[in-house]
Design a protein around this ligand. Structure first.
Ligand SMILES: Cc1ncc(COP(=O)(O)O)c(C=O)c1O
Length: 409
């Protein structure tokens, strides 16, 4: 069979399997490779799921109406997003919603920041589009700038343009200020770009100051869901909010893709989601507790890695960072480590620390950066107090191993 697509399995899932294999062999592994929330969903959400397991019928393709209403109200309260329930989509994960947006176009230019989340580029490829990278850099805190977008627009081939942005970001844990969003939205508006704003980590912004793109640009699809802020990735519940100006034709195309692919989100999960999205005030203390922990962990990892001259920015949200080993290039080269893939392989072999190579996120293979997800700990939310050294020992130990490794090279 030589007519198969060349889409590889997602590198994040592969690294998770590799880590599980090493754990099964009783090796000590620091699982910083897979970005899964360590937190449990709130009890009232779990309870609703349990109570609704018997709900076995198919739901509405776009998502059941009471849930869409709740989502619309919730994101108005949380991020000031003003989108009615008619323009809310609920699906089994936001990943398939991002794909549905892409698949709603026959041919488009898709602008993808370099680096960015592993699945955007393969999805755009699967949908048959023209991929155009948008350059960013460590010095610009991996931000997409209006100038970089304008530069990429020169490579445009098709009528429709789609830009995907993600903040707080995977792989860097960084976000945009309101001024940066304004500047970026001006370029998007001027060039009639549909923006997929992946805001799945918005509620885990470390200083609770997330600015939603859709409030500045009227051709935006905002994607989010329960996977990250509610710790329920395996439940598969994603949400898309289509700005009203995108129009009925686009919405119908999305419904078409949805109905011919995933059909609907699982009904018991939609019932649990109805509780989760029931009231922003109700989940705020739960979010604050997570943020308190993630902020301390981000600051800890940042300070330790900086001490060993690994270039690193203080995370502003979510649970990721993108350590940049460029200043250790010569030392690494002397050990035949010349790519981020080899860096991660050797680090795993020598220390048990799992990172994901920067190349998985679209960086050039010889750029020595890797993504670190500081989530290898058990949910401490039920404890009365939080102590990083007591409650996140695997993160503390893993970071120490990394630092000792790079120092001793
Ligand atoms: C940036 C980003 N977007 C989307 C997703 C997918 O989320 P979901 O579980 O809603 O499909 C992830 C999951 O890791 C992610 O990191």
């Amino acid at each position: 069979m030589n007519d198969l697509r060349t889409i590889e399995a997602s590198q994040t899932l592969l690294i998770n399997q590799q880590s599980k294999k090493l754990i099964a062999e009783k090796k000590t592994i620091y699982k910083f490779g897979f970005g899964e929330s360590p937190f449990m969903p709130p009890d009232f959400v779990l309870e609703s799921f349990r109570k609704n397991v018997h709900r076995k019928d198919y739901g509405h393709v776009q998502g059941d109406l009471p849930l869409r209403k709740a989502v619309s109200k919730f994101y108005k309260e949380a991020n000031g997003i003003n989108i009615s329930e008619e323009n809310v989509f609920v699906a089994p994960g936001s990943k398939i919603l991002i794909f549905s947006v892409l698949a709603s176009f026959t041919k488009a230019d898709v602008f993808i920041p370099k680096p960015s989340w592993v699945s955007y580029a393969p999805q755009a490829k699967l949908a048959g589009h023209n991929l155009i990278p948008v350059e960013t850099s460590y010095d610009l805190k991996w931000r997409v700038t209006p100038e970089a977008v304008e530069q990429s627009l020169k490579k445009k081939k098709h009528q429709s343009s789609i830009l995907i942005i993600n903040y707080p970001g995977n792989p860097d844990g960084l976000s945009y200020s309101e001024n940066e969003i304004r500047a970026l939205s001006a370029v998007a508006t001027e060039n009639d770009i549909l923006v997929i704003s992946d805001e799945i980590y918005a509620l885990l912004h470390h200083s609770d100051s997330h600015c939603s793109f859709t409030n500045y640009h009227n051709k935006t699809v905002t994607t989010t869901g329960l996977s990250k802020w509610c710790g329920a990735g395996g439940w598969r519940l994603g949400v898309a909010l289509l700005s009203d100006e995108l129009g009925e034709e686009f919405k119908e195309a999305m419904i078409g893709v949805a109905s011919e692919t995933y059909s609907c989100a699982p009904t018991p999960v939609q019932m649990a989601a109805l509780e989760a999205f029931g009231s922003y005030d109700r989940v705020k203390p739960y979010l604050n507790s997570q943020i308190n922990i993630l902020k301390q962990l981000g600051a800890y990892c940042h300070s330790k890695l900086s001490e060993t001259k690994i270039k690193i920015h203080l995370p502003q949200g979510a649970f990721y960072m993108l350590p940049d080993f460029s200043d250790h290039r010569e030392k690494l080269a002397s050990k035949n480590i010349s790519t981020s893939g080899l860096l991660c392989k050797k680090l795993l072999e020598d220390t048990g620390v799992v990172l994901l190579p920067g190349s998985a996120f679209g960086l050039e293979p010889n750029y020595l950066a890797a993504r670190l997800a500081y989530v290898d700990f058990d949910d401490p939310l039920k404890k009365t107090d939080f102590n990083l050294h007591r409650d996140c020992t695997r993160v503390v130990e893993g970071i120490e191993k990394m630092c000792n490794w790079i120092t001793a090279l």
